[in-house]
Ligand binder design. Structure first.
Ligand SMILES: [Fe+2]
Ligand SMILES: [Fe+2]
Length: 264
């Protein structure tokens, strides 16, 4: 099974660039073109939030129009820059097949991996949360197929990633979520976005991976002393390959012109 994993589009409204400088709509179109040309083809695409800059309807509609070009099913969870209800109104059951409008949580079955999309957003705050209701929902879903290889995907990584701003914003309920995850060895990964760079870290018996963004990539500052900044870079995405041996191998792809390939 092959999953393309996109994140953090930050699409602005109208013809605008994100934050006045990022051609995120064009970058998203480039990534979609790249994904459409992959061989073998992905089974589906997951999108881990921050679709929009400011949660506006026209931003979400602009993103949806670009995503129309994708040749595969795609699934979205909300980020802190999104408005949950607006995302639902634009993408609805097609890309957010959630059970309730309170949270965009859902399960995608029918593949070698079972995918659980979770809404980690807090409407009025930049940080993440897994409240008791969301945790209870997750436990119920995990109990249905306790041995099936499973991936959880959500916007906020539930652990610090060494990024000042997002570490400070935090994740409410990370310990409780970690306890649930630790009890389910079938969880192959927790796939996230939010921090605009590729990271992997071991966590509660699984791996948290974060995807790069649509061209506004984090300036790394492991001193944790400077306000978070981004560089304009090529857009990137992850390609998660679930092998016949049932291992999850994650490749990082940058979409840009390159010189090559050359033989080793
Ligand atoms: Fe973001
Ligand atoms: Fe975010």
């Amino acid at each position: 099974m092959l999953i393309a994993h996109l994140s953090d589009f930050h699409i602005a409204g109208g013809e605008k660039k994100a934050y006045g400088v990022v051609p995120s709509a064009e970058n998203l179109a480039s990534c979609i073109q790249h994904i459409n040309q992959l061989h073998p083809k992905p089974d589906l695409v997951i999108i881990t939030g921050d679709i929009t800059c400011d949660g506006e309807l026209d931003e979400a509609e602009r993103a949806a129009a670009i995503l129309e070009e994708l040749q595969y099913p795609y699934y979205i969870v909300p980020g802190n820059h999104d408005d949950r209800d607006t995302l639902w109104s634009v993408f609805g059951e097609r890309a957010c097949p959630g059970e309730s409008k309170n949270f965009i949580n859902y399960v995608v079955d029918g593949y070698d991996l079972r995918l659980i999309g979770m809404d980690s957003s807090i409407p009025t705050a930049p940080g993440g949360e897994m409240c008791d209701r969301r945790i209870a929902w997750l436990e119920k879903q995990l109990a249905i197929k306790p041995t099936k290889p499973t991936i959880i995907f959500m916007h906020h990584p539930p652990a610090n990633c060494g990024v000042l701003e997002t570490d400070e914003d935090g994740f409410i309920g990370s310990d409780t979520l970690g306890n649930v995850v630790a009890q389910h060895t079938n969880i192959k990964a927790v796939l996230c976005g939010h921090i605009h760079t590729l990271t992997h870290q071991g966590w509660c018996g699984t791996v948290i991976s974060t995807a790069p963004s649509m061209g506004l990539q984090l300036v790394l500052d492991l001193t944790l002393t400077h306000p978070s900044q981004f560089n304009l870079e090529a857009p990137g995405y992850l390609l998660h390959y679930f092998t016949p041996e049932k291992n999850l191998v994650s490749h990082s792809i940058l979409v840009k012109d390159m010189d090559g390939p050359y033989p080793f």
